[in-house]
Structure formats: C-alpha cells, structure tokens
Ligand binder design. Sequence first.
Ligand SMILES: *Cc1c(COP(=O)(O)O)cnc(C)c1O
Length: 439
Amino acid sequence: MEKKYMNDSIVQDIADAKEITWVNPEKKPWKEAMNNLGVTGEEIDDAEARLNRFAPFIMKCFPETKEKEGLIESELVQISRMQAYLNQANEGTVRGTLLLKKDSHLAVAGSVKARGGIYEVLKHTEDLAMEEGLITQQDDYSRLADEECRQFFRQYKIQVGSTGNLGLSIGIASAAVGYQVIVHMSSDAKQWKKDMLRRHGVTVIEYDSDYSEAVKNGRKESDMDLKSYFVDDENSKNLFMGYAVAARRLKRQLDEKKIRIDEMHPLFVYIPCGVGGAPGGITYGLKEIWGDNVHVFFVEPTQAPCMVLGMATGLHSRICVQDVGLTGQTHADGLAVGRPSGFVGKVMEPILSGEFTLDDRWLYEYMRALVNTEDIFIEPSSCAAFEGPVRLEKAEATRDYLKKHGLEAQMEHAVHIVWATGGMLVPEEIRKEYMNTRL
Ligand SMILES: *Cc1c(COP(=O)(O)O)cnc(C)c1O
C-alpha cells in the first residue's frame, strides 16, 4: 500500500458503515490542478459538437426531444419548499438558494445515464458510419435513421454491464440506432428495468453477482466478437465527456435565471456516486467553467461507498468495499457499486471537495419529502444527494472546509444544486411501493 491511509480513522469509520463526512486532503487550487488531469476542455468541446451534430437524428428517433431541438437536457428548478422542510427538520442549515437539476427527468432514459450512455452510443455510431462512408460531419445526421443505415448497424452489437440505469440508457439508444444489444445486469438491477429493456428488444443477461462481475463477463463476451462494442463504464473517457457537457448547459441555465456564480456567490453541487463516471464527468465540466468557485461533493450509501474508499486510501480501483467488510448491498440500486473507476478517481483527486455517506433509510425520507413539498418524484438512489446540503454546515469536517476556503461569510449567497440522477421511468406501482417503504 503506497499510502498509509489504511490506519486513518476515516477508513475505519467507512469499514464500520458509519455515516461519514470526508474532506479531500489532496484537493488543489484549480490553476494548479487543471493541467495535470489527463482530460482537457477541448475534449468537452468535441463531445458538445458531436451531440449538436446528432441533434437532428435524436429528434427523429425520439420525438419527445423536439421541443429542445434534439438536445437531451433537463430543467433546473428552485425548490424553496423542500429547502424550508430540510431547514425545519435540521434546524436551519441550508442557507442561500437550493436548486434541483432534474436529470431524473431527462428524455429517452429518465436518468443521468441519458448523458454519458447515449453519447457513447452516438460516438460509436459516428465512427462506424464514417468508416463506411455513410455520412460526413457536414451532413444532416437524421439520415442515419433511414432503413438502409439501420440495416448496416444491425450487423453490429453493443454490450454493457449495468446495475440498471446504464443498461436502460444504452439499451434504448442502441435499439433506436438499430444495433443488437446485450445488457449484463447485476443482481441489484430492478425487475422493471429488465422488463422494460426486453420490451425494447434488448437481450438481458442476469447475474447473481454484483456489478463488477457483470462488467467483467460482459467485457469478456464482447471481446470474443469482432462486431461487438463494449461500453466500459469503469474506464470510458467517452462516457465521462458525455457527462461533462452537462456543465456547459447548466451555465446557460444559470445565466438565463440571472444566478451569478463568483467568489461572493459560491456554487455547491452534490451528486450521487456509483462507479464515478457520471458524477466525475459532471464535476470536471463544472470545474472547467467555475474553477475554485464551485465545490463538488459526492454522496454514497454507507454499504457501498466505493469512491470515497478509493480516494481516502489512495488505492482507487485497487480496493473494493468488500475488502473492508462491507456488503455492497443498498436500496440505492444505481449506487450499488463495490469498486470505483480508477480512471475517474485519479481525475477527481485534485478537484473533488469531499464526500458524504448516508444510511439507506434517509433515501426514502428525502424522496417522500420532495414529493410532499414540491410534487416531484425522483428514485431513491438520486435522493442521496440531499444529504449534501443538509450536512455541509452541520458536520465539523465541512465546516472546517468552509472556514479554510474563506466561505463562511458567503453562505447566505451560496447556490446549492442537488443533482437528481434518476426517476422518470419508475412505474406507478413501484413508486407506490417506495412511498410506503420505511427502513
Ligand atoms: C448511475 C447512477 C448514478 C451514478 O453514476 P456512476 O457513473 O455510476 O457514478 C447516480 N444515480 C443514479 C440514479 C444512477 O443510475
């Protein structure tokens, strides 16, 4: 073990499944961090331009995106009633403005995975189509939806390992292009997600094991087939860049709402974390725009805190939650990941502010509170994010963080964004079941 963090009391607390607040000791000022991350702003530009090229195609395949002209983008809404509720329940800790980024309601896949997952399928599609001479970058990409092109894509396979939502996103998008799709689902995946995929003509292979095992098998099967492409959630830079584009669009939404972000108006963003791709990509995108004025915290379940375990030990993907005696099992199916992405953990090392972990029962409490106060339903996994604003000014570690960064006086003008990562596709009867779940 290269770092001696294993003796750290925070690692002991993680192993004991305690709710922890961790501030990242490796975080650097943005100016120092930005040039050594192994990812660049040009790569986000490239991803954004590609999504724009595909907009006519997306609009054709998914008419629900017409209003946004083929962009798959979610709303940013203020949730003052939820803020009042949280303050009442927690004695007034959330100051400033509380906003919800509703990736829970993204078109096509109903989760944050509609960003990275669909982007990666489109990127692969462009690569194949250009190689075959079906399109050039100047063409109207809607022609890729023609029967002739669909026939071409039909020869190819896309495979992915998933706890549910990534499978939905890749499955629905790939089926729309015309690919054969195989989704390798971990034991955490909900039945309704498998059913929905099968209705889209996707082959679902079920595993008794966890996410890492599903990924390993999926990768192996795909590697044996020359015409198969594996979407590698643990290592994919494409996924990461698809997620990163979110920040550019968020900037436009904040500008439209005349919400300023600067030294006097710091931005705090809280994102539920599984393997790390979605929250990591979004974080990089946010830092690239707002640098030191944005502070990003991930939130994970106490039984599957793989990213904070990887970061606090410095071991990243060389450690998993089972190594410290945790089960990896959680009601937050979207976050039920035992081993973090090594690629993402390394990129986060100098830029992530910190992490919170929480017990599963709060997921349902936050979920009910959001329905009751704002009439917005999001799935339990994505409710983890609410623990961020609640704990920021309560926990000693984050209070010290605010002090150290000279932010205490600015908290009245702070902007908090809770990133809602999934929920729109959850069937009515499952919502009812969740609404009545008390742990
Ligand atoms: C996948 C997912 C996340 C986290 O994304 P990762 O890339 O796995 O870290 C968060 N919330 C929901 C609902 C998800 O499906």
